[in-house]
Design a protein. Sequence first.
Lengths: 417, 304
Amino acid sequence: MNKLIAVIRREYLARVRSKWFIVTTILAPVLMAGAMGIPIALTLQGSDRQMLISVVDESGALLDELLDTEPFAAGRLRYVPPPQLDLEQALVSLQQQVLEQHLAGFLYVPADAFEGGDIEYWARDIGPTLVRATLEPATSTAVRRVQARKLGIDPAAAEWLTREVQLAAYRVTEDGVAREAGQTTIVAHILALFIYLVVLLYGATMLRAAVAEKASKTVEIILSSVRPWQLMLGKILGVGAVGLTQIAVWVSAAALLLVYAASAQAFAGVEFMRNLPLGLDTAALFLALFLTGYFLYGGMYASVGAIASSEQEASQLQLPVTLLVIVPVLVIPIVLETPSSSTAVVLSWIPFFTPVLFIARYVLGAVAYWELPLVFTLQLLTILCVAWLGGRIYRVGLLMTGKRPTLPELLRWIRHG
Amino acid sequence: MEGNLSLRLESIHKSYGAKVAVDDFDLAVPQGTICGLLGPNGAGKTTTIRIILDIIGADRGRVEVLGRALTPAARDRIGYLPEERGLYPKMKVAETLVFLGELKGTPRRVAAQRAIDWLERLELGAWATKKVEDLSRGMQQKVQFIGTVLHEPDLLILDEPFSGLDPLNVDILKEIVLEQKSRGATVLFSTHNMDQAERICERVVMIKDARKVLDGPLAEIKREAWLAGRRRILLEIEGGEAVLENRALVAGTEQQGKCVAAALQDGATPQALLGALVAGGAVVHRFEVSEPSLHEIFVARARE
């Protein structure tokens, strides 16, 4: 027991004192904030800027209505008249202006625009915010008004008739609490990505830790004093403790920020933050899933580390394990869209995907309570399997240097280890 | 067997696939002796040591350490210096030693105190809080040696302990080994440097091709080899040439620098030769019964 503690302490201190720890502790939240904040900031900034749009209107009827629509009236889009040339030359000239960035883009309205002809938008950047959120609705409105007039209907009545309906979505959960859907999905996504991130981060750390004995040639001296399983367990617990420390630092920093924000009303997102579906139950589940995920992948990364004889080799060998971590991130859209579908449910039960996908389903309120014991039993069983297999690979692998084992050799290690 | 046995191996066998690494190996090392484990590279020395330390398991056979079966507690009484040296490069020197001590069950505070004492003694005191990677190779080797003896083991297993060290440090470490012996520790000393083995070991065991080919007290082995092989006398004499021609005493001679090496005839004794030389009026400056060196015995056995 004392030996195990000695191994854990060494592993923990070696990691926590390293530059790596300090850098990732500071950098990870910055990167996370950057990854989420930059697109938002860009969108906000983009909406502030006035965009110059030209319109070549061959139908002769649309332009006036278009300039009456909200984006042009509010000044987010500004109309630039096209050059007074014949059509061909005007289009060439406009394209040149787009290339030279004098124009954000231009609309081409063909003469048959009201008989089913396509209205075209030409630009360098065809981002969804601009096209779908601004230009498209504005053009639709304008077209509708022109057509209403042709039919002799009051344009206002036409707009009333063709109102787009937006559903206010409420999620029904077992708690009976209805929550606003968009927010919940974002939180589910963030928590799932966070689990993915930390499992990957500490998995990679575990990999380096497992190679350390071979790389520094301390294997024999260590193994003459402790059992391989003690070494492996000590390492997994030590690195896991590093992970918990780091998460604790992040969470306290985030909590301080929230408290500050809530008291000072420092930013507009406070209401949003307050309404987050983040209870203690979610926090507990998050922690539990981080731990099972970490043990699961930590064990696998440790085995990979034991097969390799240097860090470089280890980083080549880790690919299969890393792919397994990435899969749930690829399928997470399915889970976010339809968390109660049988596909999502089954995917979230697969032990290797559970940590990432199950937290998402839980936040979305799509988890039945009987699933909890089932999922955690599966997690524990898989962890035991991985530990058993990994322990055998680790034991033989530790003393092997030089040649990398082939698959049949690996199977022999497992059989005879 | 004399006294208690510190180490006893009984029909140890280990093979990797078709390759036999250790074949039916017996070993008995009495307490308080320094026993050399000799053999060419790849003979099975390291495998044997790993089996003694339970780093790998034998296919069959029995290991007894300090009179007990090989339990984790018994393992804690062993100090091991592997041939392949290595310490965690980023760890501080004193912390490394405390860690190694803890792994052998020494309480932290005791280990910390002993680490400081040892570092002072080996003139590494100023390096205690430096990282291992900042030390020279020789210094690292000394640190590792301290790690081997820090928990005051009853059995020391040293695999090529002096390789790569300068003569000054070899002497320092040798002194420590002898000191450990006088403390009552038993030392199993694996090497293929015969000069070192000859100088430090009381017993030697030699392995060749996974089998034991030689085992016993060094003096006895040498005497047997002397009796079995060409028995030679190194001479520095004036006169007495006629005696060396006496084929009843001398089988042949060979000039070796200013000495003459005389091979004794079967049945002749060194005393008879000396008596004949003195009686023949030769002035004897040197008369040395030349034992075969361990090196010669080793080479002869290894070639067999």
